[in-house]
Write a protein that binds this ligand. Structure first.
Ligand SMILES: *Cc1c(COP(=O)(O)O)cnc(C)c1O
Length: 356
């Protein structure tokens, strides 16, 4: 992707970098922020006031409409330190497109590619020393846009802020997940906002999630809102199964997020001649194929942890134990191909890396 340099970005640098205080051996997800952030405003129908400044609080009115009426969207992607020493952002073009799809659905202004990309790349360049090196290390990038009109009254806001935050992130040690198939609460419904990465989708999921945690589960498998009989997705990840050596994942249909990792895993699988199916996945099929031994792998796919193995599935009052995650072949093979591309150890045959 070509990133031109025509934005006039005002830069205010931090007095003293916080980098020396960071323990890179212990990086909890999303808690350590780099020195700076990128901020832009949407006012009078245009994007303006591009600024790199020290990460910190932004003063605003408690009346801002994002807080009251929920116009807030975000993205999540990662930059990697390549074997060559260069820094590369993985599939940023897909995150950029999805950001604007979310914006349109939430009646928010779209953002031009130049501002989105330049905001991210100029921030990474300023905080380059923060991009960690090595297997399983990356820089997590969180763009967010929210409504800033400081008037009450339900309507689309006229003013917005776009902010980019970055977190160094490290290995995501995760035991195989114990997940609950949720058959009461729903995450999204047809005609709703399930395909948008918008704040309310997460807010509405938290109660069901906390109930599942009380029952000893790590995560929820959401099901369709009409019958609760088809698999949708998980917290912030899409779901995949290997059934009779076919990689199966729920098709996109407006209620689930079009995950970049989902698409990436499907493309890598196809390149390895692993058969794939995007279709409705009935819960009954998942359970019966676990019991018959034909379902050999189940995993969640998303930017934060890439591939997270599922060890146990709870459905109604039963627990179903899956195959030993260390013996799974297809997901491990795909993960390796993916890591080799992301860390620049193999050729970027898909054109997924954008060098910063
Ligand atoms: C972010 C997210 C995903 C995963 O998308 P990626 O682009 O792969 O990170 C899946 N489902 C939901 C609900 C999400 O918020």
């Amino acid at each position: 992707m070509i990133v031109t340099d025509t934005l006039n970005i005002k830069t205010t640098k931090i007095g003293q970098s916080k980098l020396a205080n960071v323990d890179f051996q212990n990086l909890p997800f999303g808690k350590v922020f780099t020195d700076h952030m990128f901020v832009a405003d949407y006012e009078d129908g245009e994007w303006k006031n591009f600024e790199l400044m020290p990460y910190g609080p932004i003063p605003m009115s408690p009346a801002i409409s994002a807080l009251h009426y929920g116009q807030a969207i975000f993205e999540g992607m990662k930059a990697y330190k390549l074997k060559s020493g260069e820094i590369s952002i993985f599939r940023a073009d897909k995150n950029f497109k999805r950001f604007n799809i979310s914006a349109e659905r939430m009646a928010m202004p779209t953002i031009p590619e130049e501002i989105f990309m330049k905001g991210i790349t100029s921030l990474i360049n300023l905080d380059k020393a923060w991009v960690p090196e090595g297997d399983n290390y990356s820089l997590y990038i969180r763009p967010v846009m929210f409504a800033t009109d400081d008037k009450l009254g339900v309507k689309a806001s006229s003013n917005y802020k776009f902010v980019v935050l970055t977190n160094p992130s490290g290995p995501y040690y995760s035991q195989p997940l114990k997940v609950k198939i949720e058959t009461h609460y729903t995450r999204a419904d047809e005609g709703g906002v399930g395909y948008a990465k918008t704040a309310g989708n997460y807010g509405r999921s938290l109660y069901a999630f906390s109930q599942a945690q009380k029952e000893g589960f790590d995560q929820i498998i959401w099901t369709d809102s009409k019958e609760h009989s088809y698999v949708e997705e998980s917290g912030t990840a899409n779901l995949m199964f290997v059934i009779n050596n076919v990689l199966v994942t729920p098709s996109l249909g407006g209620t689930i997020l079009d995950g970049v990792t989902r698409d990436t895993v499907l493309q890598v699988a196809k390149s390895l001649d692993i058969p794939t199916e995007e279709r409705k996945v009935p819960i009954k099929e998942v359970i019966s194929k676990i019991q018959s031994g034909e379902l050999t792998e189940a995993f969640a796919v998303g930017t934060a942890a890439t591939i997270t193995q599922i060890g146990i599935i709870g459905y109604e009052n039963d627990l179903f134990t899956l195959t030993d995650p260390t013996t799974r072949v297809i997901s491990h093979k795909i993960h390796k191909v993916l890591d080799d591309i992301r860390y620049g150890r193999s050729e970027d045959v898909f054109g997924w890396n954008t060098i910063v």
